[in-house]
Design a protein around this ligand. Structure first.
Ligand SMILES: Nc1ncnc2c1ncn2[C@@H]1O[C@H](COP(=O)(O)OP(=O)(O)OP(=O)(O)O)[C@@H](O)[C@H]1O
Ligand SMILES: [Mg+2]
Length: 346
């Protein structure tokens, strides 16, 4: 078991190598005044920073066109490495374009691309991310964890049904709304699932995500089924919510590899029901024994959680509203920001 602060602390937030090459980008964005000016010309008044990951800063903003608050993911193209810009960023955009509206997924409104930046305008989740929530509460009560796990299941099922795997499911990439809904965000590692003519999933070979959330097959460096890898990460999230700490310690790779291949050991406290622990074992199992996403619904604990589902209203909206709020894309010349600002003054 690993302390959540040790493993998910600031220093550890940098993502590991992707596709064998390191991809990095500093978090600070240059020339903020110019950036704010550009966003203002688009009707966006930037507010506080909500979080930052390896490649981006996410800020809240008031959207004067939509007349409500939004979140903006800001990526500084000039600071990002080529591989990130040519490979991962386009995949993130492709994932955003593929998804319709789903209650357990962050909804994207608009992409603005300028010479220096990419801005993703998206739905704001004003209760922060799951990692912060766990740190604040110590751990999450089983019933609440069950509800959020159902949301995570629904969102992941939706993503997979659209032919996309997330490959970076972790507490930092799950955000919470004031209505107590958990939503999946950060599609920076997302990828289209390739299927053979007979419909079997082509195994992935490149490593993505965080070691602490990675299944044994990835840690061993063998080709892996990315859908089943997402299921493993969901199991790590469930354990982390319930116990307030990560199940596996990613400080030492050798130790980590041993841990993920051994039967999971549960702490005595906080108390978690046997049914729930059984489900965790079914998920955190070797790939040949791991429960596939489509069979999760048949699990006893999962069924109980479904029965106490407290988001009935939201659940009714689970049906995709494909056409609602379609993603728009804008290319914007930075020089125009000055002109627009001048025009607005007059
Ligand atoms: N829609 C949102 N509402 C509220 N907070 C958000 C939202 N999106 C992201 N955040 C916060 O910002 C943090 C960073 O966002 P995100 O995970 O998208 O960026 P990142 O990890 O830098 O992404 P990437 O690795 O693709 O560059 C999240 O961990 C979360 O705390
Ligand atoms: Mg992230």
């Amino acid at each position: 078991m690993a302390s959540i602060t040790d493993v998910c602390g600031e220093k550890k937030e940098k993502k590991p190598e992707r596709d064998g090459g390191s991809v990095s980008c500093t978090r600070k964005t240059s020339k903020p005044s110019k950036m704010f000016k550009i966003l203002e010309t688009q009707g966006l008044i930037v507010g506080k920073t909500l979080g930052s990951g390896s490649y981006a800063t996410v800020k809240s903003a008031y959207d004067m066109n939509r007349k409500h608050k939004v979140a903006i993911k800001i990526i500084n193209k000039k600071k990002a490495q080529d591989e990130y810009l040519t490979k991962f960023l386009p995949r993130e955009v492709e994932a955003m374009q593929t998804f319709g509206k789903h209650y357990a997924m962050i909804h994207f409104y608009q992409i603005i691309e300028t010479t220096s930046w990419h801005f993703f305008i998206m739905e704001l989740c004003d209760s922060g991310d799951l990692l912060t929530e766990i740190k604040n509460r110590g751990y999450i009560e089983e019933d609440q964890a069950g509800q959020w796990f159902i949301h995570l299941y629904d969102g992941t099922k939706y993503m997979h049904s659209k032919g996309i795997v997330h490959r970076d499911i972790k507490c930092e990439n799950l955000v919470l709304t004031k209505q107590n809904t958990l939503k999946i965000t950060d599609f920076g590692f997302a990828k289209k699932i390739t299927k053979t003519k007979s419909g079997t999933t082509v195994l992935s070979e490149t490593y993505c995500g965080s070691y602490a959330y990675a299944p044994p097959e990835i840690l061993k460096g063998t080709p892996y089924n990315a859908e089943l890898a997402d299921v493993w990460s969901m199991g790590v999230v469930l354990y982390t919510m319930l116990y307030g700490s990560l199940p596996f310690d990613d400080c030492d790779h050798k130790k980590l590899l041993k841990q993920v291949q051994s039967r999971i050991v549960f702490p005595a406290k906080p108390e978690v029901s046997k049914c729930c622990r059984i489900l965790i074992v079914k998920i955190l199992s070797r790939v040949t024994e791991r429960v596939p996403l489509k069979h999760l619904k048949a699990d006893g604990w999962f069924k109980t959680q479904l029965n106490v589902k407290t988001f009935i209203k939201n659940a009714k909206n689970v049906k995709e509203e494909e056409k609602e709020g379609e993603l728009t894309q804008v290319k914007y010349m930075e020089e125009d920001a000055d002109k627009d600002a001048e025009t607005n003054k007059t």
